[in-house]
Write a protein that binds this ligand. Structure first.
Ligand code: GLY
Length: 431
């Protein structure tokens, strides 16, 4: 089984257990204005958890399953390591209350809760995927919310090592500034958190207060690329079948002297895929909101392509092949011409900024190595030449120069002063 087959296997596992397979929603959230981009599978179902929409009417069942396109801006800086991605796919199964039966052998269509969710996750991972679970974690309680003893007792029956943790690690949600949330059970394999089972028992308001939900629900999320990583026994997500086809297309374009620059190559792979999906869902580069997310990703992609001397003639091929590969699973990314059009337009705009910024950085590299001058220099590049800080940080990283907290603070101080003087917004400045 590979990238195309494993997700099908997951969805069919839950379909057999009374779930309706629901297509992924767009990366642009339709009914959640508090978030820029879709970050989780549950987002399109928020109103079903609250019964503002009735799942039985819309789906004919209280159980649904999906493979959701997700994008997490919080992980941008981490991309390039073994497992972080901006765009990723998330497998999930969901139950909207009220609970009718929590028996894992009940394959009907009523709401379920912790027992059925935990048993099915265990069965899918160990029997269907033949994986060995290292350990599981559950919510250990804090001053506001009690320990999740129900999950603990169910987990004990499975004879797995159990660990507990607090709000930081074993409580999930809401997406945006309010919504359903609750304690979690998480399955770890090869040291990786693979599957997160969220038991939506609470509603969190924007002021941070919690209310117990009338009907508890289930929201699970399993990062697909991570699942592939453990299944295919790979050291990192970029070597899995989700990426290896595109990796093989990229490699011949990487000059020999950069062949070991793995982090940069991974950023190219991640960002290439991310722009394909963002643009295909209708995001266009701009200086605000999700358009700015796309612009950041595009600019970092340009920088990496340039840093590794990837020939310009390969750009369109890379985009076309990326679209072709993923369109077998996601028909909406078929239109590579549209992606190329947006890419080229943005590249033209940015080339001037980029070339000037890199030249100035290299010319002033001694100043960047100097702790006293670093933040000021980075700020000059930004304010005078429009060269974004995140790209300066990339150049620093590539030159083994640390950007420390003091540098960040100093940069922000200069930025605030500058804002006051120029009375211009940050987003205008980036242009
Ligand atoms: N909604 C569960 C997760 O994103 O992990």
């Amino acid at each position: 089984m590979n990238y195309f087959e494993i997700k099908k296997n997951f969805l069919e596992f839950f379909e057999k257990r009374g779930h309706k397979i629901i297509p992924s929603s767009s990366l642009i959230p339709q009914n959640d204005p508090s978030v820029l981009l879709t970050t989780a599978g549950m987002q399109q179902f928020k109103e079903y958890f609250l019964r503002k929409k009735i799942p039985e009417q819309d789906f004919g069942t209280q159980r649904v399953t999906s493979c959701q396109k997700c994008f997490r801006t919080t992980d941008i800086e981490e991309v390039g390591d073994e497992r972080h991605l901006t765009f990723f796919e998330m497998l999930g199964n969901f139950s909207f209350g009220p609970v009718k039966s929590d028996d894992p052998s009940d394959f009907s269509t009523g709401g379920y809760f912790k027992r059925a969710s935990i048993y099915w996750a265990f069965e899918f991972l160990t029997q269907h995927m033949d994986l060995k679970i290292d350990y599981v974690t559950y919510f250990g309680g804090d001053s506001e919310i009690p320990e999740d003893l129900e999950s603990f007792n169910i987990l004990k029956e499975l004879n797995l090592p159990i660990k507990s943790s607090g709000r930081e690690d074993n409580f999930w949600g809401p997406t945006g500034n309010e919504g359903p949330c609750g304690p979690t059970v998480e399955f770890y394999i090869n040291g990786l958190e693979v599957w997160n089972l969220v038991f939506n028992e609470y509603y969190k308001y924007p002021d941070g207060s919690l209310k117990k939900l009338e009907f508890p629900g289930v929201d699970t999320g399993m990062g697909y690329e991570r699942l592939l990583m453990v299944l295919e026994k790979k050291e990192n997500v970029f070597e899995t079948s989700a990426f290896d086809t595109i990796y093989k297309i990229l490699k011949p374009f990487i000059p020999q002297e950069y062949i070991n620059f793995k982090r940069d190559q991974r950023i190219i792979l991640d960002h290439l895929r991310a722009i394909v999906f963002l643009i295909s869902d209708g995001v266009l580069p701009s200086n605000i909101l999700r358009g700015y997310v796309l612009r950041r990703i595009l600019r970092r992609l340009f920088l990496k392509l340039k840093q590794l001397n990837v020939p310009k003639k390969s750009y369109n091929i890379l985009i076309q092949k990326t679209c072709e590969f993923y369109s077998k699973s996601w028909p909406e990314v078929e239109n590579y011409k549209k992606v190329i059009e947006v890419f080229e337009e943005e590249l033209d705009k940015f080339n001037l900024i980029l070339e000037r910024g890199i030249r100035l950085f290299n010319k002033n590299i001694d100043d960047f190595k100097n702790k006293e001058k670093r933040a000021r220099k980075a700020f000059d590049l930004f304010s005078t030449y429009g060269f974004p800080l995140e790209l300066t940080k990339e150049l620093l990283k590539s030159n083994d120069i640390l950007w420390e907290k003091e540098d960040e603070d100093e940069f922000l101080k200069l930025f605030e002063e500058h804002k006051k003087i120029s009375k211009k917004l940050f987003d205008d400045e980036v242009e």
